[in-house]
Design a binder for this molecule. Sequence first.
Ligand SMILES: Nc1ncnc2c1ncn2[C@@H]1O[C@H](COP(=O)(O)OP(=O)(O)OP(=O)(O)O)[C@@H](O)[C@H]1O
Ligand SMILES: [Mg+2]
Length: 266
Amino acid sequence: MDRDDRPGGEGPLLELTRISKHFGGVRALDGVDLTVSAGEVVALIGDNGAGKSTLVKIMSGVESPDSGEIRVRGRAVRLDSPRAAAEAGIHTVFQDLSLCDNLDAVQNLFLGHERCGPSWTGRRVRRHVMERQAQQILESLSVKLRSLSAPVSELSGGQRQGIAICRALISDPAVVLLDEPTAALGVSQRGEVLDLVDRLREQGRGVVVISHDIKDVQRVADRIVALRLGSKVAEFARDGYAASDLVGAMTGAHERHDDVRSEESR
Ligand SMILES: Nc1ncnc2c1ncn2[C@@H]1O[C@H](COP(=O)(O)OP(=O)(O)OP(=O)(O)O)[C@@H](O)[C@H]1O
Ligand SMILES: [Mg+2]
């Protein structure tokens, strides 16, 4: 479905304003803003401990912010559970993928959403219906599997990531969050997963990708938001930066330059 056909398609799909979160004495996020629009890929970058996963957990209803506002299509929402996030049209592919190794691709895709027959059949699971839908979804993202019925433990890392992303599409979410989708993948599989991200964009979804990899980010992102020690320190539009700008924002090198400059001007 074309997302622009949906009501409220003009503004951002998802808008976070001044989000803060503490864990005990640790300030994980401090007044962070983030927006994602339909057909846009936003990359979230930052060093270890920058607050990326915490922000994704807040958008996926796993953690609640201490303060700040979340709007979906302009309406204020409370994402106080993963179910609330799913109902708001936000689906997350977590880094561990949460696939069941002993189950096949179809079973993994429909886990918890099995298509069943009517009650007079004893609500038997309709495998053929799920296989047909699975094939459509896999094809929509060009994920190629030799067999739908092999356990997913036998698949490559890229194929597993593909299934985890396709599973996100079962509920036809407007926003897809991907936590480090290319980590632990080889070069060609990385390319396949980045192609998947392109297709999510073509389908008009809003995508937030967390990544440590500057090359991947440059390849896929329309906009890049850099977090450092819980704060948003920079935002870059596509082609509006050099790789060194991204590294500088992640490591805080540009802040140190600024310090030196202000010392020099004294
Ligand atoms: N459940 C928690 N309890 C206590 N502290 C936490 C918790 N979750 C995150 N933190 C702290 O919040 C800060 C941000 O962590 P977060 O996991 O969001 O970082 P990240 O950017 O995802 O890092 P990484 O790249 O290492 O995954 C860190 O200092 C972390 O130790
Ligand atoms: Mg993390």
